[in-house]
Ligand binder design. Structure first.
Ligand SMILES: [Ca+2]
Length: 497
């Protein structure tokens, strides 16, 4: 029996096993959990029941400005008045929750960094939800356990509201990966939670599922999402690509992040293997999750940074990259902690740096484009000069041999060389992030291509039907492009001062 046949038999078996059973488990104080639809579906053929609260072992650690350090962490638990009285929880302050994801815990450096930045920004109650015992392998079980973690968090919030009048419309849950979907369940349960920030919500078993199963805009008054590892799970992308918030930010396109190396699955496995051999398991794990954890780094940096992660509305990352979306037109927003103050909706795109600090200031963006323009001018001077001289040859041939049949062949072969030239110039601009330069080169390219198609692609019709004026136009547009590049260069140089 082939592997394919086995899979074909296995999949319906799993489907009927977990679907038809419609199992349910009930836990005291938390209610019942069923694995029937919508938790079971085509996108979720393997739907497990969550483990017991004792197995998941969720704990809640409170930090405030009065007790900001690790050692001063105060424990909270629903219905435990003794713990609440002994804590520094202030019902009049706003509350921030942090929920980690798969194979993670509440004692990681990123949790402390995020807590520190939050307390620097405001006088909050910061509650770290730690569910490490339930967040381990297998992933399918961890994904199911998020429902119990959410139910316990919801129970704590209701308790805090009951005892201190803390208003959950003023509460904000920041969840990474599986923690983002956990936050979604909490918000859905409460009905009017203030805000959820989903940091690269987990993809496997969640993408394209029912909104009840995953985080969605209805889970809080404001749901902002940062996508950083949205490439397919088949290429080891761990995050959702699907927009699931009121506003969805896609830094660098949201599929993978700069500075994380490895674009293809083969090279990604290579980087992981190299990390494993040279620096051990943690390095390999970091290489594996570099893009996935970038969402946390971006959010943490955004809290107190003077630099704003301005993001632009666009129909796609390709269009953004092509320079089609450099106008805010009142629809821009700012990615990260301050997103709720800037409005904006839908999918927004932005460039980021490949290392800390990740935010690109106007100056950094200008420097980047200046660097690109400089390298374009320096390294490709010859390419551009060749293009111009080819263009001149074409023009001379065309005008002097207009009535000569041989001219057609010369003309078209020269034109092909010229197009190669333009492609080479375009390739050198690709790494540039400055959209204005791309637009200039891009529109020039369109002009050339149109002329070339008209003149050469249908050779039997003959170029002689075409007027030399189209050549002049092409020549002219090349010079205009050159002038525009020089002008851009000049502007960038002067603005940067
Ligand atoms: Ca939901």
């Amino acid at each position: 029996m082939s592997t394919a046949t086995r899979l074909c038999l296995l999949v319906p078996l799993l489907v009927f096993y977990s679907g038809a059973e419609g199992l349910e488990v009930c836990y005291k104080d938390l209610g019942c959990f069923s694995n029937a639809a919508p938790f079971f579906s085509a996108q979720r053929p393997l739907s497990l029941l969550p483990q017991s609260p004792a197995d998941v072992g969720t704990t809640f650690g409170l930090f405030t400005r009065e007790n900001p350090t690790t050692r001063e962490r105060k424990r909270l638990l629903a219905e435990r008045d003794d713990l609440l009285e002994d804590s520094t929880f202030n019902g009049a302050s706003k509350t921030k929750f942090i929920i980690h994801g798969f194979q993670n815990n509440g004692h990681r450096p990123w949790v402390y960094n995020l807590t520190d930045e939050l307390l620097k920004e405001g006088d909050y109650n910061v509650i770290v939800v730690d569910w490490k015992d339930g967040a381990g392998l297998p992933y399918t079980q961890a994904a199911a356990n998020t429902r119990v973690v959410a139910a316990e968090t919801e129970r704590l919030i209701r308790y805090l509201n009951n005892r201190t009048r803390a208003d959950w419309a003023q509460m904000h849950i920041i969840g990474h990966s599986l923690g983002a979907h956990t936050a979604g369940y909490v918000g859905h349960g409460l009905g009017s939670l203030g805000r959820i920030s989903g940091l690269d919500p987990a993809e496997p078993l969640f993408e394209h599922t029912d909104p009840l199963v995953r985080i969605d805009p209805a889970d809080a008054a404001f749901v902002d999402i940062i996508h950083t590892d949205g490439s397919s799970i088949l290429t080891l992308g761990l995050g959702l690509d699907q927009p699931v918030g009121d506003v969805d930010f896609y830094p660098e396109g949201g599929a993978r992040q700069p500075g994380c190396g490895a674009e293809s699955i083969i090279s990604k496995i290579g980087v992981i293997a190299e990390g494993l051999v040279t620096e051990g398991f943690q390095a390999a794990k970091n290489a594996f999750s570099c893009s996935h954890t970038r969402a946390i780094e971006l959010f943490t940096e955004s809290i107190n940074s003077q630099c704003q992660f301005t993001a632009y509305p666009c129909s796609s990352w390709d269009d953004y990259e092509a320079g089609d979306c450099s106008d805010c037109d009142g629809s821009c927003s700012v990615m990260g902690f301050h997103a709720d103050k800037h409005g904006g909706a839908g999918s927004l795109y932005l460039n980021t740096n490949d290392k800390d600090p990740f935010c690109l200031t106007d100056i950094a963006l200008r420097n980047r484009s200046r660097y690109c323009l400089q390298s374009l001018t320096r390294q490709n001077q010859t390419v551009i000069e060749n293009c111009v001289s080819t263009m001149e040859t074409v023009y001379v041939n065309f005008t002097t041999n207009l009535k000569d049949t041989i001219a057609e062949e010369i003309f078209c072969s020269e034109y092909e060389k010229f197009l190669e030239c333009v492609t080479a110039v375009l390739d050198t601009v690709k790494p540039c992030q400055d959209t204005s330069v791309k637009t200039v080169i891009g529109s020039a390219y369109t002009n050339y291509s149109l002329t070339a198609n008209y003149e050469c692609e249908d050779r039997h019709k003959g170029y002689r039907g075409g007027e030399p004026s189209s050549l002049r136009q092409t020549c002219l547009s090349l010079w205009v492009t050159m002038a525009a590049v020089v002008l851009c260069f000049f502007l960038v140089m002067t603005q940067g001062r």
